[in-house]
Ligand binder design. Structure first.
Ligand code: ADP
Ligand code: MG
Length: 156
């Protein structure tokens, strides 16, 4: 599950499936299908943590979901990043750069929206804790976040 990590990737933020993540207070920036298809096919679905940056902006902590979303019975694979930061505006069409660092848990079905939201809040707390570890903080400063677009696709 972890052998692809850390995984560096960047791509355009596109409109998602209108699940109303934002209404839940947890907006997720969706990558384009092209970016999703470039992921290793054997990367485990589930919830991950790492660092993210929009355009040339600051690098923030993030949680990311990869895969089928059982709660919404999705028919498409998705890679969605919730950046742990409050943005003034949406950033559809911008380039999102991420490094995926660690795995939190597999995807799950939830009995209620409340259960889903509280699981995500726990994921966010776990991401915040993990990313403060020195070895992970280091990746925040990685050149990947400062180099011109397209120079590095990922580190493998
Ligand atoms: P969609 O279904 O289009 O992905 P969401 O409800 O998941 O809609 O909202 C995602 C959008 O919200 C992102 O594409 C981005 O433009 C915006 N956004 C604002 N703040 C954040 C954030 N902290 N993390 C991720 N996306 C954010
Ligand atoms: Mg989304």
């Amino acid at each position: 599950a972890m052998r692809h990590l850390p995984y560096f990737c960047r791509g355009e933020v596109v409109k998602g499936f209108g699940r109303g993540s934002k209404e839940l207070g947890i907006p997720t920036a969706n990558f384009s299908e092209q970016v999703v298809e470039s992921f290793p096919s054997d990367i485990s679905t589930g919830i991950y943590y790492g660092w993210a940056c929009v355009g040339n902006g600051d690098v923030h902590k993030m949680v990311l979901s990869i895969g089928w979303n059982p709660f919404y019975r999705n028919i498409k694979k998705s890679v969605e990043t919730h950046i742990i930061h409050t943005f003034k505006e949406d950033f559809y069409g911008e380039i999102l750069s991420i490094v995926i660092i660690g795995y939190i848990r597999p995807e799950k079905n939830f009995d209620s929206l409340e259960a889903l939201i509280s699981a995500i809040q726990e994921d966010i707390a776990e991401a915040k804790r993990q990313l403060d570890l020195p070895e992970y903080l280091k990746l925040k400063e990685d050149n990947f976040f400062h180099l011109p677009e397209g120079k590095i696709v990922n580190n493998h």
